[in-house]
Design a protein around this ligand. Structure first.
Ligand code: PEP
Ligand code: MG
Length: 307
């Protein structure tokens, strides 16, 4: 049935009754971007810029960054693309931004925290992104990884706007940020939930460690309750909240996320059609019912993942 439904998806992310939920792709290279466009993604919800420079020993020049980003943006002329600033550290170390040795890298200076010490690196990246946006004609917004507070979000948004980029957002990957979604949304234009890290930090379970993988299940009601708070904050402020972690690639969970108030879902290209089809096969009310059930399963076995 899923295969038949996938074949029927018309490329516009929406429920059967017309509630819009954009179906976007996660990319990190020109090949990813091409695959995403071919799969029918409506745009890019997460461009992991650090993937362009995993082998770089020194900081790439603004010109080199601009060319690397423009090559990824190229298939998305006129379409929305969310470019994430460098998420260096922990599971994605970058040689040119390595911190001093830390006992707990996942809790250390990673993501936006690197930029507090090196705002010059952020400003050069923002200049390159603004240039690549002009080169490609994509509708570019920029977001920061690993934001903990509204004050951090405000700091970032000011630098993005100073670089001449119209739309600034932040990722919600830290439970404190989920609990501050309303205050954060007051400072930025949108948020995007990184469920991979949000699960890791909510369950205190290393995302790279198989022994605790069961805790990193995005169907866990505790994680979904944080997403519900974010969905409520989005509704109250009238600003969009997306999801760009792996949770968005599960068609049944995508419906639950839509029911929680998420207005875009970003995933690997291979999942795009199945998620688009799952949305098309539900209604907003059915999605809300599925969300209510997932938030409070009558028994643990009643969750869709069976855990
Ligand atoms: C996430 O944490 O869910 C996310 C999308 O970012 P990354 O996987 O790159 O850390
Ligand atoms: Mg993350």
């Amino acid at each position: 049935a899923a295969g038949r439904a996938a074949a029927e998806w018309d490329g516009v992310g929406q429920t059967a009754d017309g509630h819009r939920v954009k179906v976007l792709a996660n990319v990190g290279s020109p090949a990813d971007a091409r695959a995403a466009a071919d799969a029918g993604a409506e745009g890019v919800g997460l461009f992991r810029t650090e993937f362009c420079f995993l082998d770089a020993a020194t900081e790439p020049s603004v010109e080199n960054q601009r060319a690397a980003y423009a090559a990824v943006l190229e298939p998305f002329r006129g379409k929305p693309v969310v470019v994430r600033t460098l998420d260096a550290g922990a599971d994605k170390p970058l040689a040119f931004l390595a911190p001093d040795p830390e006992p707990n890298p996942a809790l250390g200076v990673r993501g936006l925290r690197v930029a507090f010490d090196r705002p010059d690196v952020l400003d050069r990246q923002l200049a390159a992104i603004a240039g690549a946006a002009a080169d490609s004609g994509a509708e570019v917004s920029v977001m920061a990884p690993m934001v903990a507070t509204a004050a951090e979000a405000a700091w970032f948004a000011e630098r993005v706007r100073g670089a001449g980029i119209a739309r600034a957002g932040v990722m919600i990957e830290i439970p404190a940020a989920a609990l501050s979604a309303r205050e954060i949304l007051a400072e930025v234009d949108f948020v995007s939930v990184g469920t991979n890290d949000l699960a890791q930090y909510t369950f205190a379970a290393d995302r790279q460690l198989g022994a605790v993988a069961k805790l990193n299940d995005p169907w866990q009601p505790a994680l979904l309750r944080l997403l519900a708070l974010i969905g409520e904050a989005a509704a109250e402020t009238g600003k969009p909240a997306g999801v760009c972690g792996e949770a968005a690639a599960d068609p049944a969970l995508a419906v639950v996320l839509a029911g929680l108030g998420v207005s875009s879902l970003s995933m690997n290209a291979a999942a795009v059609r199945a998620v688009g089809a799952a949305l098309a096969a539900t209604t907003l009310q059915a999605a809300r019912d599925a969300a209510a059930q997932a938030l409070n399963p009558s028994t643990p076995a009643a969750t869709a993942s069976g855990r």
